[in-house]
Design a protein around this ligand. Structure first.
Ligand code: BG6
Ligand code: GLC
Ligand code: GLC
Length: 923
């Protein structure tokens, strides 16, 4: 391998001169030496000041506050837990940036708990200087070539390899496999990489290279690899310290304290990036003239000031600057420097390590100095050793002060009196420098006496840890694939939606002709929308949605409504018909009493939101119950008669039931009162359905050829003939099977509020059984029918909600989950509600196109009156419906009007129109 050390420093030679005379006297020279070495002495008070200042800087960065001075960065890494030890598999690891100008490729086999440790195979490649300072693409191409070269020598397949990328520079990570380089540090300065996702750059290079199919699964900082790869001891390693070319630390922080994360529980590994720490107050007093010179001559003046006092890339250079200074003052080498001594980067970390090692002996120091072209005397050798010791001692002490700051942070955030913690250490300075670790440990004990720290050297220079993270990332990626596969059938493309629209059109035509069709296309006997001349007081009933309501509607020049909600217990909705209608009459009587209407016989409009075959405006035979209703002895009966009989049984005041109206019709009429172009009614609530104004001539079974009639499509039943089976998923089938009407209302069961929560619940059960969610643990709660209400979809998908609120909603349901789980649940909800909205949009597109064709228009402008809790409460449903309609019916300009007053108002208006017409015929 080539030398490390020189690449971070600008090249440049100092003037070579050998003083002929004027060498200092011995007493002067010892003073000069003293002066020089004294500069590298750091007092305990100064170390404590650095510790306190760094801690402040860390906490400020955690809070997301910008700092005026270059401070630590505190970058979250997306590593959320220390390893379980269960991770298994073969992984390729590529390390770039940890060890100066070299790049390392490893083949790591993880064998899980109890498995044999398998020694990794690895190879190191020297990165040419021009690559380190050249174009980014060149660097990544070089890395891809090294990968291939390494893999060529391994007995591995060319396909499906999983790679962990150890990239040791400050990066903004936005996922386990997404990481943007903030700025180069150490000796690198490739163009076109800062601000880019380095994972993508590597993927592109691997693809350009083309030899292997390698999936870059995770990217990690070297400190994280060091922490994660630590042999599992009694307690997990929660700090990873690297002192190599550069220096940095990572540790497990409380997620709630990391402002940039939307997370309030658990811990996340944060890379401190302390190399950039620079506080004039704290660091100023310990910076020497040599530090200033080094910084000035470096590739990145002003940056990474702290790193430049500790990192291995700089220690040799600091020693060289001191030796050159002392030589030029005539204190060393009789005042005769060599060209090498005056050349930047000539003294390397390994030289310093060796020279400082007391066991190396004077002969070794002598030899190294001679290699530098110097002719040392015994006193020179001794002084050079002292210089090396001073520079390295300071580095270890500064590193200790910084580590003590991290430990104080841990202790504080965990509210512990004494902190027991394991610190994984890695990097060549830690590993090979004899005194560095012992000084570091001693100083940490001094600065953080309340912490009981075990230092544990990392395995394979962090390679194993990178493989661990990669294994976790690979597992998450596999989960994501399973999630995608599960949700794929919910993602409908244009062709599928256009096919639904076309089928709907066919079924409409058949239904209108009276042929067998899943769309019943029921005539409603509503022939006109209101014209504004209606007047009077009306009673209205509204049964079949979330709420049962009784209303008093006063129609003057405007409409005033007084209403009351009454509950219908499930036992009544699914009990006997007599019970149900008696209950309804009880509610009406109660309402009349409360409103002082007792004894009056007001005309009544009845919104009854179930399929009825109407024989006139005031006669509707219930064809079948839908949604949650199943009262006995009602199907096949005239609902108005059932109501009148109940009135009789109750001996209540005779009510004048004038009209029975489906909720879609009520909604259309209600919105039609405001907008005469409203010729369609749409409900997306508990159930779903639509009605629209059809040409009478197209309606079989109703006499007359001119004019219009509103048709209740009962589109909830669309697909009951099997025509939607290709779109239906196994989850739809489960929901259908568990319902009170299996095989019925198939379209409704894919769209409406009564069922979406159930679909989501079934998907969640499936994902749990695959181990993708909830760590594979099935909970009793999730097995409970209807536990997942559709309103949760609306809440969860609300844009203003943070992921942690999503999690809170789910935890309220008794589903304890991680943020990964919460994100997946959100995606499930989105997929299910998006399909619902798109199917609904395909239905509306069929209707508007039918109206347009009926009228022979090139373009149609029409309004749709809409009601229903799902449509109104869901944050994206309405816009998705509109977008689908625009796509599938481009010749129709469709305006959606939300009904504000419910269908009860519409029922009253139908009643008012009927009364008006009756009056005018009587006149
Ligand atoms: C309202 C009607 O306008 O919308 C109800 O008054 C109707 O009768 C409802 O059924 C649909 O919404 P939901 O969500 O209550 O079923
Ligand atoms: C530099 C890098 C940092 C890395 C450290 C040790 O400080 O910015 O990401 O961890 O060197 O290699
Ligand atoms: C169900 C009913 C239908 C109603 C719809 C919306 O589909 O069968 O009549 O319009 O729900 O409430």
């Amino acid at each position: 391998m080539d030398s490390i050390g020189s690449e971070g420093l600008q090249q440049g030679e100092e003037a070579l001169s050998c003083p002929e005379e004027g060498l200092p006297q011995p007493s002067d020279s010892s003073e000069l030496v003293q002066d020089c070495l004294q500069q590298f002495k750091v007092t305990v008070a100064q170390l404590q000041q650095i510790q306190a200042s760094l801690l402040r800087s860390m906490e400020q960065a955690l809070r997301g506050q910008a700092s005026p001075v270059p401070a630590v960065r505190m970058l979250p890494t997306y590593v959320g837990s220390t390893p379980h030890g269960t991770e298994q598999g073969d992984f390729v690891v590529l390390e770039l940036g940890a060890t100066g100008a070299s790049l390392r490729v490893l083949w790591v086999t993880l064998t899980g708990i109890g498995g044999h440790r398998v020694e990794p195979r690895s190879q190191e490649f020297v990165i040419p200087q021009d690559v380190m300072l050249g174009a980014g693409q060149q660097l990544f191409d070089f890395a891809a070539r090294c990968l291939s070269e390494f893999l060529d020598a391994q007995p591995v397949s060319k396909q499906g390899l999983q790679l962990g990328f150890s990239f040791s520079f400050p990066c903004h990570q936005t996922g386990l496999d997404r990481s943007t380089l903030i700025s180069w540090t150490k000796g690198f300065r490739c163009s076109g990489v800062e601000g880019e996702d380095v994972v993508q750059l590597l993927r592109d290079a691997i693809q350009r290279q083309g030899a292997y199919n390698i999936d870059v699964v995770a990217v990690v900082n070297d400190t994280v690899g060091t922490m994660m790869g630590c042999e599992l001891g009694a307690r997990p390693c929660e700090v990873g310290l690297v002192v190599d070319t550069g220096t940095n630390v990572c540790y497990m922080e409380e997620a709630r304290d990391v402002a940039v994360l939307d997370e309030d529980r658990g811990r996340v590994c944060v890379s401190v990036e302390w190399g950039s720490f620079s506080d004039d107050g704290a660091l100023g007093p310990v910076l020497t003239t040599f530090d200033h010179t080094l910084d000035h001559e470096s590739l990145n003046p002003g940056a990474q000031r702290f790193e430049k006092m500790i990192g291995g890339l700089y220690l040799g250079e600091l020693v060289r600057l001191v030796l050159a200074h002392l030589t030029q003052r005539g204190v060393l080498f009789r005042g005769c420097p060599s060209p090498a001594l005056l050349s930047q980067g000539s003294i390397l970390l390994e030289h310093v390590a060796e020279m400082e090692d007391p066991s190396a002996g004077a002969a070794r120091v002598h030899a190294i100095l001679q290699d530098l072209g110097l002719s040392p005397e015994a006193s020179d050798v001794e002084l050079v050793q002292r210089v090396c010791a001073a520079v390295c001692t300071r580095a270890a002490q500064l590193c200790a002060a910084a580590l003590a700051a991290v430990l104080s942070r841990l202790q504080h955030s965990r509210e512990q009196q004494t902190l027991q913690v394991a610190v994984a250490t890695g990097g060549r300075v830690c590993e090979r420098h004899p005194r560095f670790c012992s000084i570091l440990q001693g100083t940490v004990m001094l600065l953080a006496p309340e912490c009981n720290v075990s230092f544990i050297p990392s395995v394979d220079g962090g390679g194993q840890g990178v493989a661990m993270v990669t294994a976790v990332a690979a597992r998450l990626a596999a989960h994501r694939r399973l999630l995608e596969e599960t949700l794929a059938p919910f993602r409908l493309n244009h062709d599928q939606l256009a096919a639904v629209q076309a089928q709907m059109r066919k079924a409409m035509a058949k239904g209108l002709r009276g042929e067998s069709s899943s769309l019943r296309m029921l005539p409603t006997y509503v022939r006109a929308t209101p014209d504004g001349s209606e007047r009077g007081d009306f009673l209205a009933l509204d049964l079949g949605g979330t709420n049962f309501r009784v209303l008093l509607v006063r129609v003057t020049t405007s409409v005033q409504i007084t209403s009351q909600i009454y509950s219908i217990p499930e036992s009544v909705a699914q009990g006997s018909g007599q019970q149900l209608f008696d209950h309804i009459v009880d509610c009406i009587v109660d309402f009349q009493q409360k409103q002082g209407l007792s004894g009056q016989s007001l005309p009544l409009g009845f919104t009854f939101s179930f399929p009825c075959r109407q024989l006139g405006l005031d006669q509707g035979i219930l064809l079948n119950w839908t949604k949650g209703f199943n009262a006995s002895d009602c199907e096949g009966q005239d609902v108005v008669s059932l109501l009148r009989e109940a009135i009789k049984r109750r001996q209540a005041v005779e009510l004048n039931v004038v009209a029975i109206v489906n909720d879609t019709v009520g909604t259309m009429m209600s919105c039609g009162y405001e907008d005469p172009r409203c010729e369609i009614g749409l409900i997306v609530g508990t159930g779903t359905n639509a009605c629209y104004m059809e040409e009478l001539r197209n309606v079989a079974g109703v006499p007359g050829d001119s004019g219009h009639m509103c048709i209740n499509m009962e589109w909830g039943a669309f697909g009951d003939d099997g025509s939607l089976d290709t779109l239906s998923t196994c989850f739809d089938a489960s929901v259908d099977q568990a319902s009170i009407n299996p095989g019925k209302q198939r379209f409704e069961k894919m769209i409406s509020g009564m069922y979406l929560g159930e679909i989501v619940r079934h998907i969640l059960l499936h994902l749990t059984s695959l181990g993708v969610l909830f760590r594979g643990q099935q909970t009793q709660r999730l097995q409970t029918r209807d536990i997942f209400k559709t309103k949760f979809l609306s809440e969860i998908e609300s844009d203003s909600l943070a992921l942690r609120q999503v999690r809170a909603i789910l935890e309220d349901l008794g589903l304890p989950l991680t943020s990964d789980d919460a994100l997946m649940v959100l995606e499930v909800c989105q997929a299910v509600s998006q399909r619902a909205a798109q199917l609904c949009g395909a239905g509306v597109a069929a209707v508007v196109e039918k109206i347009r064709e009926n009228r022979g228009l090139e373009e149609l402008a029409v309004s749709v009156g809409v009601d229903g809790t799902l449509y109104k409460l869901h944050p994206h449903f309405s816009s998705l419906v509109a977008a689908t309609v625009r796509e599938l019916a481009p010749c129709c300009a469709v305006t959606f009007l939300q009904s504000e007053d419910g269908s009860g108002k519409g029922a009253a208006l139908v009643t008012a129109v009927a009364c008006r017409l009756a009056q005018s015929t009587r006149v």
